[in-house]
Design a protein around this ligand. Structure first.
Ligand code: NFS
Length: 660
């Protein structure tokens, strides 16, 4: 690990130098100048009312706010509010998609179609909707209405909880943490953490788990499913990743943020011959659409659109001087890009009333006129091409890394047996035999307080070396993609012998790109399938699986970590703990939660210790399951993950039998 570097990504390093030469500050420098408030950083600052903010310093059992709130209560409330905010963000994203699905079903959003009818029917099944004799649009309408109901229903529980293993559902019921409705859990969490309501630490944390489950098994899972229904379920696609995916002779248009609908329209619009002709009339050869952050992941896994990387790349991208327009919507958009764009010819285009920005052009997206608006944006970018200043242009001069992305849970099932025999059993067998030691979901953000990508890359490399299959989402996936880890060849050279054999048999990378952060819900689905496939217990809790977010910064990451723990997957976060002020809270999350939900939530800053802990958790789970003790290079005699269907799958055919 290089402590002296701001990033391990050579393209980022090159652009950071450009920034330094031009005396342009980015979040990397601001993070150095602006140290976090130590009291707030550890979760010991209470600003729920105007008697404070109270800074609870001193001994844990003595520190107290003006109202008498104890340190553990304050820390728990702060944590729970982060969960609520993260849940709100993912779920509001899903709400917009549900409204789009409804508009499409009702014939009001004519530029979209239902791309994956098979998935629509599968989802209808989960929701108890009978599809017999109904047209595609009729089913889609019922599905959309049922989804919208999930936000505000006053009775019952979230429909998707039934997708979890029975054991897990029982645990949630017993603890009283089965979420009732998405909005209700977020609202209730805001209520119970306001001044003078919930004063019992364990109860606040149970509430946090219930709220987070409304994200994982609610908003996020819905977001993933609706995107698949409307835009297609991902299957492996080739692409490239780097800050150097911008083209000097093209109009460069970046989509940055999270919601995929408008980006999907832009993917079509930039290919329109009318747009290419218009670009040529302005001296460019065409329009180069590039993704950033989670919008990048959405259009990468479905269309193979190149990615410029994750959260910390947004300012660096502008420093290339080659971006004509950056279209943003919601979440992880740095306010700094508005001011920075003024130093260049780049136009920032905001597209939602929820997220406006000073110094940006506002073109409000509306799914009812999606294509017209997409073309308007593309034209604006093209019109800006002649304004590009030659002297501003810097190429990072780092060859973009090749990658394969697009491993949906459906595809992972398909690749283990083909369309009609798809199953998770071969994966379970590989785990039981010790070829695969365990599975790690490596996810989450970048954070300028940590050398960019250093922990993501270190952990991905070390985990595969130790025969751990790595599944990735969000900015962590960008980190591996840029480093070139998402190719089948990576397995040959770097994976442990067992994992390498499995990857070779199917022709997959040892590091699988599952999509955006809402697509962490795919990991929940995979974990449920593994539990149901047999041989590894009957619950998600107890599987040799761990979730890690080593460079996290967002409230959304906290919501994700909490719903994984509440679902039975132990979680390790790097980048400092927002609950470190309270030993009581640390004990609840690291120990008591094991008794309650068969998983703990750990904060550990040292990457070596994170690795050690992850492997220990995996090995302990193996021991408890009484499966073969992991030893590198020594496997059991169980079925090898290789048969004709698996070999055929290596050609990356679609999980749904269509032609690619
Ligand atoms: Ni996830 Fe996507 Fe990245 Fe973190 Fe932000 S882009 S939703 S929150 S920073 S992984």
């Amino acid at each position: 690990m290089r402590e002296d570097l701001k990033s391990v990504d050579p393209a980022a390093q090159a652009l950071l130098k450009v920034g330094a030469q031009k005396k342009i500050e980015t979040s990397f420098e601001r993070a150095e100048k602006l140290k976090p408030c130590p009291i707030g950083h550890q979760g010991a600052c209470c600003k729920m009312c105007h008697m404070g903010p109270c800074r609870l310093v001193g001994k844990e059992d003595e520190a107290m706010g003006v109202c008498g709130a104890s340190l553990p209560v304050v820390t728990a409330r702060n944590f729970a509010r982060m969960v609520a905010a993260g849940t709100a963000a993912h779920s509001d994203h899903a709400r917009d998609l549900a409204n789009t699905l409804l508009a499409v079903a009702q014939g009001e959003a004519k530029d979209f179609q239902i791309k994956d009818v098979r998935k629509l029917n599968r989802v209808a099944g989960y929701l108890g909707i009978n599809v017999e004799g109904k047209s595609v649009n009729e089913v889609a309408e019922k599905v959309a209405l049922k989804f919208l109901e999930q936000f505000g229903q006053q009775r019952g529980e979230l429909a998707y909880l039934s997708r979890a293993p029975k054991r897990r559902q029982e645990i949630w019921k017993k603890l009283g943490i089965a979420p009732r409705a998405i909005d209700r859990e977020v609202v209730e969490m805001m209520h119970r953490t306001t001044m003078g309501v919930d004063q019992e630490v364990n109860n606040i944390m149970l509430g946090a788990m219930r709220t987070s489950l409304a994200d994982g098994w609610g908003g996020s899972m819905m977001g993933t499913d609706i995107s698949d229904i409307l835009f297609g379920t991902p299957k492996p696609v080739k692409s490239t990743a780097s800050l150097d995916v911008f083209k000097e002779n093209h109009v460069n248009l970046v989509v940055h943020g999270h919601e995929p609908s408008f980006a999907e329209m832009l993917v079509v619009a930039v290919e329109d011959p009318e747009m290419t002709a218009y670009a040529k009339s302005k001296g460019a050869q065409g329009v180069n659409l590039v993704g950033m952050c989670c919008t990048a992941n959405e259009i990468l896994v479905r269309h193979g659109i190149a990615t410029a990387g994750g959260f910390l790349q947004q300012e660096l991208g502008l420093l290339t001087g080659m971006i004509e327009a950056m279209v943003v919507d919601v979440q992880c958009i740095m306010p700094a890009i508005g001011e920075l764009s003024k130093k260049y010819h780049t136009k920032i285009i905001t597209t939602t009333n929820k997220g406006k920005m000073k110094d940006a052009v506002h073109i409000e997206y509306d799914e009812h006129h999606a294509m017209d608006l997409a073309k308007k944006v593309v034209r604006l970018a093209i019109d800006n091409f002649p304004n590009r200043k030659k002297e501003d242009v810097v190429a990072a001069a780092v060859k973009p890394a090749n990658m394969i992305a697009g491993f949906s849970d459906e595809y992972i099932e398909y690749m283990q047996g083909g369309l009609y025999r798809g199953s998770y059993r071969p994966l379970n067998d590989a785990i039981i035999a010790g070829r695969i030691r365990g599975v790690v979901g490596l996810a989450g953000c970048n954070n300028p307080r940590i050398c960019q990508d250093s922990m993501h890359n270190f952990l991905a490399r070390e985990l595969i070396k130790n025969d751990v299959l790595v599944v990735q989402t969000g900015c962590s996936a960008h980190a591996s993609a840029k480093a070139g880890y998402m190719t089948p060849e990576m397995a040959l050279d770097n994976a442990g012998p067992g994992l390498r054999e499995v990857c070779e048999a199917i022709g997959i990378p040892p590091v699988l790109h599952l999509g955006s952060c809402v697509d962490n819900s795919r990991i929940l689905t995979i974990a449920s399938h593994i539990a149901e496939a047999g041989g590894l217990g009957d619950d998600i809790g107890g599987l040799p699986a761990v979730g890690i977010a080593p460079e996290w910064m967002s409230e959304k990451a906290i919501a994700i970590g909490t719903y994984f723990a509440a679902s039975g997957v132990p979680i390790i976060f790097g980048a400092g703990s927002p609950v470190s002020a309270s030993k009581t809270l640390k004990d609840i999350m690291e120990n008591k939660w094991w008794d309650m939900v068969t998983a703990g939530f750990y904060f550990e800053e040292d990457p070596g210790k994170i690795l050690e802990l992850a492997l220990k958790l995996i090995d302990t789970a193996r021991e408890k399951l009484k499966i073969r003790k992991y030893e590198s290079g020594r496997f059991g005699t169980e079925r090898v993950l290789m048969d004709m269907a698996a070999r055929r799958a290596a050609s990356f055919a679609t999980p749904h039998g269509e032609n690619t």
